[in-house]
Design a protein around this ligand. Sequence first.
Ligand code: HAM
Length: 430
Amino acid sequence: MSDPRTIVAVKGFRDVLPPESEGWRALEDAAAAVFSRYGFAEIRLPIVERTDLFARSIGETTDIVEKEMYSFLDRDETPLTLRPEATASVVRAYLESGLAQREPAARLYYRGPMFRRERPQRGRYRQFWQIGAEEFGRDDPLADAELLVMLERYLADVGARAVRLELNSVGDARCRPVYRERLREFGRAHLEGLCPDCHRRLDRNPLRILDCKVEECRDIVARAPVMLDSLCEPCRAHLDAVRTLLGQEAIEYVMNPRLVRGLDYYCRTAFEVVTDTLGAQNAIGGGGRYDGLVAALGGPDVPGIGFALGVERLAMVTGTAEARTAPPVVAVLPLESRAIASAFQLATRLRDHGFTVALEAPGRSLKALLRGADRRGARLALILGDAELQAGRATVRDLARHEDRPQAVAIDASGPDLARELAQLMDAAS
Ligand code: HAM
């Protein structure tokens, strides 16, 4: 006997139904439109990668790699992981496809689901979606500024409300080690207040204490020295140049010297898009420069910069969750089974000519059918009863005015004739 209980989705995994899915499509379409103006083309990536890829890029000591990855052994024992983010995958694809040689200055964007085994709550899921963009081959501040303007324009385009851009520099391979030591010293002076995880972090990767989510650690870390004060001259000059360019285009942002990203691959420019309206899950998106990443994954020394936005959170601040599909403009209502063939023919021809059609099944009263068509938002109904079949013409009902039109529509009219006639009827109805 089969189990009569229904099967529900896995915790932290969810369905996206209309009209929410329509809102998402609008966000994706806008990304395609805005990003392409900046020369970005879409890349579609696999969802599963070799586990090594993430360990080597995101960092062994990050929460993502330590605690949150969905990793498993394939049947041939290969360690695999459901991707927790896509930057590492884009870098892998960039190297594997030969783009790194052919077109080193590549600009790529993506959208798709990511997987992190975090504790689910509002705005935080185990499968969530990102829209992201990555650029390779440019280490000049203009590339950073261009990307940030694109991000700002995209957010404006989709109507993101109450969001702010926060900016920081996390230094580079030259100045970060100096800062790391300063932070280690600070941490050692406050050992008793820090959690056991942070004790370990102090040995292995002190920067990660800045990202600890334990309340007591956060209080201590709030007093820690900041990277901004330890920047070397080239990093400082890079940041200043980015800021000047952002200023020129009047991009609004705030400097946040305590901004650290949860991934290890960043250098210099780091940024987040945050909001105060979503409680704890305040990051709508984030990104930054990752100049050493391509080389760390076995490629040439090519710089990179990018960002990713969380689609669930973005939808919450844009209100696109309420976007609706266009309602059908015309309903075709067969009253009896005898009318099915004609109704089907009419509906197909109208759809072939671009009309959105609701085709009903027979078996209900005319009143019930009309009520259904009205509820769906149709403006006209084509009614097919016995009298109509005999006359070869469908009665046209104006659903807003609740009255029949004097002219009827020929059932076997050609597609173009039908479309022309319907267009006239629609004009008269509006
Ligand atoms: P991230 O900050 O880890 O960066 O993620 C980017 C965004 O994904 C977050 O700001 C958030 O909106 C969303 N997000 C992350 N985790 C969850 C979750 N559990 N539930 C819902 N939304 C979530 C990255 O992933 C980098 N790859 C960004 C990047 C691209 N850096 C350079 N290029």
